[in-house]
Design a protein around this ligand. Sequence first.
Ligand SMILES: [Zn+2]
Length: 191
Amino acid sequence: MPDALANLYDFANTLDLRHFVHHGVQHQQADALGDPSALGDWLSARRLSERGAIPSQKAFEAALRLRSAIRDYLKCDPAERRSKPAILDPLDKALRSFPLRVSASGKDGLRLQRADTETEAQPGLSAIVAELYDSASNGTLDRLKMCAAEECQRVFYDRSKPGTRRWCQSTLCGNRMKTRTYRERQKHGGR
Ligand SMILES: [Zn+2]
């Protein structure tokens, strides 16, 4: 996972929908952003906000809308991401709460940072929106994907050379899916 995508990756995976059974143990679904104070803790653990700062209910809702729009975007096949209004429109709407500007100060040179405008959204999340933009412009965002296994849906970074991986772990999610498809074909008398 490139550092430049770390916050975006972690943010997308704060919703853990995995519910498969592995080694006889059922994975428990969880949401690390269960309420505004959990969002505050998550942000401060990544130095994206001050410790103890609790986001407002509105900021919390904007954060969840952003996460949901980002997850839907990453679920979409990279080749189709630019042509799906059903995914792009909600993302566009969610992003409006997080205006950015180009900053020239700081040792990293020119970079995107939160614009100093009136917004109820949580400022720390602008760093994630900046990662989204930067990775889209340098092409690495196409490698951030959602696992195609319905019982997983974890966001992963595809390091494979062709960039065509569909499962977070082919030995787990991929095999499970292939076994199931095989069984279903057997059941329905297919090939
Ligand atoms: Zn998976």
